[in-house]
Design a protein around this ligand. Structure first.
Ligand SMILES: [Zn+2]
Length: 235
């Protein structure tokens, strides 16, 4: 049996990766949700629990307070820096704007660390895959979202574990509109997702992640979710 553990942040990408993995016959036996001092930690945990219930996966919360303490960027809830706002029109301006935004929300070695923590669980339980939400759109600005990174970290895990799990994203080749299309096809509860860099009742609607989700909802022909995720501001 092929089994997996999923890094579940409650975002569109990791949730659809999970749904596609299940469709492909993967038995997902566990989810991890991380609190590393990010502004979104509270909302991500709240929504990830709902999604884990939906997919009937036990979910464990891992707290990494030291990672929050060494994170100096705006993503940290202790930061005095303002979160960068990226307009939808600027999302594809990789050199000028999104690289700047990426630098301002960087968390030191986050994906390398989270995959290796999941790798410890995988090694202990014999899981064969570590599911991530890496995708084509964010791979353009985040090197730790690329297929090359997934391959490299999998090679490393082949040395550092006995189970030799592979890091894999089922949405690696897709952009957000395509991921949303799969979400709708697979009846993912889109209203339960959390993609925002902050916490709250609704998504802030202004950070880069919100702009990407909003563009996907609008461009992908699913504006009906805007009011549920962003409140009344765009309803
Ligand atoms: Zn936001």
């Amino acid at each position: 049996m092929t089994t997996a553990i999923v890094l579940l942040s409650a975002g569109l990408d990791s949730t659809v990766s999970l749904a596609l993995a299940q469709e492909a016959g993967m038995t997902v036996l566990m989810g991890l949700c991380f609190d590393y001092g990010q502004r979104a930690a509270e909302a991500e945990w709240r929504q990830a629990q709902q999604l884990a219930d939906h997919y009937q996966i036990p979910l464990q919360r891992i707290e990494l307070p030291w990672l929050g303490a060494i994170t100096k960027t705006a993503l940290s809830k202790d930061s005095t820096e303002e979160l960068p706002e990226v307009a939808i029109a600027d999302l594809d301006s990789i050199i000028g704007i999104t690289l700047n935004s990426a630098a301002k929300v960087w968390v030191p070695n986050r994906n390398g660390l989270l995959i290796n923590i999941a790798g410890a669980f995988a090694d202990a339980e014999g899981y064969t895959e570590i599911l991530t939400g890496f995708n084509a759109e964010e791979a353009a600005t985040f090197p730790d979202n690329t297929p090359q990174f997934a391959e490299a970290v999998s090679k490393s895990l082949a040395y550092s574990t006995q189970a030799q799990p592979k890091a894999k994203s089922y949405v690696q080749h897709l952009n957000k509109v395509e991921i949303l299309r799969e979400a709708v096809r697979l009846k993912v509860p889109v209203e339960k997702l959390w993609s925002c860099y902050t916490s709250g009742t609704y998504h802030c609607g202004r950070c880069e992640s919100c702009s990407r989700l909003r563009r996907a909802l609008t461009g992908g022909g699913h504006p009906e979710y805007l009011s549920q995720l962003f409140g009344d501001q765009d309803a």
